[in-house]
Design a protein around this ligand. Structure first.
Ligand SMILES: [Zn+2]
Length: 224
């Protein structure tokens, strides 16, 4: 992982910034996932009107995924709200809201850290769009930081789906290693780490000079 770094310009509301490190088998891309919402087709129609479809505004790094033109307002339990939260497409089987801890504090929602799609014992919220309102009973999470890997990436790093990796970020005085970056293996994905805005700001990702993904090595004290 010794390669020249380039920096991608990231406009729009998500992702905020990204760092790319070259190297075999694929360049390592670290992107910040800004707060966002995934919706079912049914909820899109409730929020944006009958027959409404998500409209791609900006394509994301993973093929087929996009930030939509549409946004919603999120209300928490005490009517505190966050406006203009971007909807990401395509639609899913269950609606989900992904927020940073800072967002949860301002909304008054205690966010559990979850892998996307795991809605057990999660809080809900109210989503408001131009055409209607959806009350989610659950599905508000702080996404567990993760790395998307193809089978070839997994083989290269010697890891499998669900494993935890370390992400070393070289970023001057904000240099940090983030542990428990969960491997999410899929057939047709590009190697990409997703962290949230709190994490990205804490490590000053915008000024990072190098990122490395490392398989944690046991210290030996747990071997039997
Ligand atoms: Zn992701």
């Amino acid at each position: 992982m010794r390669a020249v770094l380039t920096r991608q310009l990231a406009g729009g509301s998500s992702p905020g910034s990204s760092v790319v490190s070259g190297g075999p088998p694929n360049p390592l891309v670290v992107n910040i996932s800004a707060r966002h919402v995934h919706l079912t087709e049914e909820h899109v129609e409730v929020l944006f009107g009958k027959g409404a479809k998500l409209e791609p505004m900006k394509w994301l790094y993973q093929e087929g995924y996009y930030a939509a033109n549409q946004t919603v307002t999120i209300f928490g339990p005490r009517r505190r709200m966050i406006p203009d939260v971007r909807v990401l497409g395509p639609c899913r089987n269950a609606s989900q809201v992904e927020l940073a801890f800072t967002d949860g504090i301002s909304l008054g929602i205690d966010l559990p850290v979850r892998i996307s799609g795991d809605h057990r014992e999660t809080a809900g919220c109210i989503l408001v769009g131009p055409a209607g309102v959806v009350e989610l009973k659950s599905g508000v999470i702080r996404a567990m930081r993760h790395v998307h890997m193809s089978p070839a990436d997994c083989a290269y790093y010697g890891v499998k789906n669900g494993d935890a990796m370390d992400l070393k970020i070289h970023s001057g005085p904000c240099s940090t290693t983030l542990e428990h970056v969960t491997v999410r293996e899929d057939k047709d994905v590009k190697l990409e780490v997703h962290i949230d805005t709190d994490e990205g700001n804490a490590v000053d990702l915008a000024h990072a000079t190098k990122v490395e993904l490392v398989k944690p090595v046991g210290c030996g004290c747990h071997t039997k």
